[in-house]
Design a protein around this ligand. Structure first.
Ligand SMILES: Cc1cc2nc3c(=O)[nH]c(=O)nc-3n(C[C@H](O)[C@H](O)[C@H](O)COP(=O)(O)O)c2cc1C
Length: 302
């Protein structure tokens, strides 16, 4: 493991600041043949809810120029199966960060409590999913609701609580400020940007859900701008994501103020892309004569 890339965030020891984004990397184990999981800072597993969910009907993914639109709708096996079957299998292989979504403040608290167990490195609150009607985004676009969810989770677990922010808001710094005040340990950002595509032959939306979340290279400048703005506003660490597919992309996020990064859509194009980012990031730091990644965080020259 490279000493240049080792880092620690909120007490979580990471072999690199490179994580994988929820919903794009399964439960990590599916990628074992492509990735040395120990080289990742953490794997943020697919969103878990109290009850299993089948997800949305119809077409759920479509490719766009420089990205993709998805409306998966939080398909997952539910917390019970995750705790009894999946977590025991994966917990010693990687830092497991569990992304959760609830349809009420109480549900977030309940999930956080159930996840206060050995093998969970941190809990990420998905308050920003644009693809389900009964949960998620309502908390992520209202700063009071976001703060309540944060407090409910914090009061129910000893694990670090990461709050994942939605870009589908007018002022992302307002919500960041509120959730920091409410006790969040970390922020991750951004979730997908709400988008749409229409088939001009059938005149129907491509996605069964009508709208979906845009991710991939197209969103990178928006994500980077938001990470920069939030890093100027809060003191808690930020895990930056949105369109990262190379070490160069990642460096931009570190300079903008992210303490770690997550790779999402790029995993679909190349399942071992995080290993290339790992190698190239190490080379970048060597070329620039730095001895650790922490030395470049927030160092953008304005
Ligand atoms: C197919 C797919 C499924 C996703 N599922 C989740 C999810 O369950 N929970 C969540 O917080 N974010 C989810 N996301 C959002 C990603 O974690 C990430 O925030 C977003 O895609 C931006 O990063 P990227 O451009 O590198 O993909 C999903 C994204 C995609 C493309």
């Amino acid at each position: 493991m490279s000493e240049l890339l080792k880092t620690e965030i909120c007490g979580i020891k990471m072999n690199s600041p490179i994580c994988t984004a929820s919903g794009t990397f399964g439960f990590g184990e599916e990628f074992e043949n492509f990735v040395d999981l120990k080289k990742l800072g953490g794997v943020v597993v697919k969103c878990i809810t109290l009850k299993p969910r089948a997800g949305n009907a119809g077409v759920r993914i479509t490719e766009t120029p420089a990205g993709m639109l998805n409306s998966i709708g939080l398909e997952n096996p539910g917390i019970e199966k995750f705790l009894s079957e999946i977590l025991p299998r994966i917990k010693n292989k990687m830092n497991v960060i569990v992304n959760i979504s609830g349809s009420s403040v109480e549900e977030y608290g309940e999930l956080a409590k159930l996840l206060d167990v050995d093998g969970v490195a941190a809990i990420e609150l998905n308050i920003s999913c644009p693809n389900v009607r009964d949960s998620g985004i309502i908390f992520g676009t209202n700063s009071k609701a976001a703060a309540e969810v944060t407090q409910a989770a914090k009061n129910s677990t000893s694990k670090p609580v990461i709050v994942k922010l939605s870009p589908n808001v007018t002022d992302i710094t307002e919500i960041a400020r509120e959730i920091e005040f409410a006790g969040a340990d970390m922020i991750s950002m951004i979730n997908t940007l709400m988008g749409m595509e229409i088939n001009i032959e059938t005149w129907q939306p491509t996605l069964g859900n009508i709208t979906g979340g845009l991710s991939g290279r197209a969103v990178k400048p928006v994500a980077l701008r938001m990470v920069y703005q939030v890093s100027q506003t809060v003191k808690i660490p930020i895990i930056g994501m949105g369109g990262i597919s190379s070490a160069e992309d990642a460096v931009e996020f570190f300079l903008a103020g992210a303490s770690a990064v997550s790779v999402g859509t790029a995993n679909f194009l190349n399942p071992s892309v995080t290993m290339k980012i790992y190698d190239d990031l190490e080379k970048y730091l060597q070329r620039k004569n730095f001895s650790n990644i922490k030395e470049i965080i927030g160092k953008v020259k304005i």
